[in-house]
Design a binder for this molecule. Structure first.
Ligand SMILES: [Zn+2]
Length: 127
């Protein structure tokens, strides 16, 4: 009996070598059991399309709203949150007037503003 399938094994299962890792896999295999790559061309294309559409748009923000709130809470009176948000000029002003406690009050108001702001608004304003 003649078997024309490539690399046929004695039990009659046609084997091919995986194009990704060269391990022998079944000819009808859709996924390689050694390296996990999808061997089936149409399935591979569908998977790639899915991956491309499902890729999350991850934006790295330099400043964290949570951190700004915490800093405003603990160091707001000396303008800590202003330095953190890249407004060093204002930070120095807070520092100079910290003895009046006015910066503390302003920091408290700003803390509430940060907390009420949406994440998007915060990053649009402070980066
Ligand atoms: Zn493989």
């Amino acid at each position: 009996m003649e078997n024309l399938a490539p690399n046929a094994v004695p039990d009659g299962v046609a084997m091919v070598s995986c194009p990704f890792c060269a391990e022998p896999i079944r000819a009808e295999a859709r996924k390689c059991r050694y390296c996990g790559e999808t061997v089936d061309v149409s399935m591979r294309k569908a998977e790639e399309a899915l991956r491309a559409s499902a890729r999350p748009v991850y934006v790295r923000h330099a400043k964290s709203r949570g951190a700004a709130i915490l800093i405003a809470l603990f160091l707001g009176g000396i303008g800590g949150h202003k330095f953190y948000l890249g407004q060093a000029g204002l930070g120095i002003l807070y520092l100079l007037f910290c003895w009046t406690f006015i910066p503390s009050i302003i920091a408290l108001i700003e803390l509430i503003i940060y907390a009420c702001m949406s994440e998007d608004d915060f990053h649009a304003k402070y980066g």
